[in-house]
Design a protein around this ligand. Structure first.
Ligand SMILES: O=C(O)C[C@@](O)(CF)CCOP(=O)(O)OP(=O)(O)O
Length: 319
């Protein structure tokens, strides 16, 4: 039975950056994200008894990814199956450029693989399973604003929607500064930070407060609070990287340029904030009515084809 699932990427407003458990991918702190419509992954899975190993193709090219094989074993255990499968994934996201492509990839794989195996998991259990592939994938099972409860074990660490069909006209403009593979993966980057940054303990403490504030902002449609908390969470995350040993940074000169431009627009009373993930790209958080003006301003510094507008998007579904 062949099944295809589509899952969208999400951008964290309050960041996940560090694991309490590497194997189960239990985070040190809770996080909140916005699932986007523009970036998504389509994944098709078909179990075939004639196969002697899983065959994984990403964007049409066969790849050997031990994380995918490990993930498929989880699905086989759940389905009490021994059969191998053909997995075809198409990423409508600049891969590994800090646009959280692992989020959409593992959410789509969790849904398509379990469906092809004849399972019918609840979205909560899909979220727990996707988490085992990549932490941020736990949130892409749902649409709109999503919270990942950090939990303490495999059963209690899962995501759930805060507002799936949000009517809040929030947009994100992804400034694609460098669509190439990032040098330090999120997995490696956050490991280094947990182990060596002197500020890590403070990060966990303030993240819990950020979580409360961002949920309050969503509830009250308080855009400036949402933007301030999100921008601060991202900058604290990147400060951890610069205080690790050895220190590292995802910033490129154009990243700083973009952040300064956003701060300039804000000083001209255009409400807009920035966030960044494990790559040089800067994402602008703004309201729909200001998108055109902000794009005009940004296109004085960046090529228009590198300014990608995204709106709140849906959760993972079979297509
Ligand atoms: O999404 C966020 O909260 C913030 C980040 O995107 C980076 F800024 C973390 C993404 O980490 P992920 O790729 O999920 O790591 P994994 O669990 O080691 O696979």
């Amino acid at each position: 039975m062949k099944k295809t699932a589509r899952a969208h990427t999400n951008i964290a407003l309050v960041k996940y950056w560090g694991k309490a458990d590497e194997e189960l991918i239990i985070p040190m702190n809770g996080s909140v994200s916005l699932t986007l419509d523009h970036f998504y992954t389509d994944t098709t899975v078909e179990f075939d008894p004639a196969l002697t190993e899983d065959i994984f193709c990403l964007d049409g090219k066969q790849k050997h990814d031990p994380k995918v094989a490990k993930f498929m074993n989880l699905v086989r255990n759940l389905a009490k199956k021994e059969t191998f499968a053909r997995i075809d994934s198409i990423n409508h996201v600049p891969t590994a450029a800090g646009l959280a492509s692992s989020a959409s990839a593992y959410a789509a794989l969790a849904l398509s693989a379990t469906s092809a195996a004849g399972l019918n998991l609840t979205r909560k259990d899909l979220s727990r399973l996707a988490r085992r592939g990549s932490g941020s994938a736990t949130r892409s099972i749902f649409g709109g604003f999503v919270e990942w409860h950090k939990g303490t074990d495999d059963l209690t660490s899962f995501a759930e929607p805060i507002e799936e069909e949000t009517d809040w006209e929030i947009c994100m403009i992804a400034i694609v500064i460098n669509g190439h593979e990032k040098k330090i993966s999120s997995r490696h980057g956050m490991q280094q930070v947990v182990k060596t940054s002197p500020y890590y303990h403070e990060w966990v403490k303030t993240a819990e407060e950020d979580l409360k504030l961002v949920k309050q902002a969503i509830k009250n449609r308080d855009f400036s609070l949402l933007g301030e908390v999100s921008e601060a969470s991202a900058m604290k995350m990147h400060a951890l990287n610069m205080s690790a040993k050895p220190h590292f940074s995802y910033f490129m000169p154009e990243s700083i340029l973009a952040m300064q431009k956003i701060e300039e627009l804000r000083s001209q009373n255009i409400p807009c904030y920035y966030t960044m993930d494990a790559g040089p790209n800067v994402k602008v958080i703004c309201e729909k009515q200001n998108v055109a003006f902000i794009i005009d301003e940004l296109s004085k510094l960046f090529a228009k084809e590198n300014l990608l507008v995204a709106n709140p998007g849906p959760g993972a579904r079979l297509i």
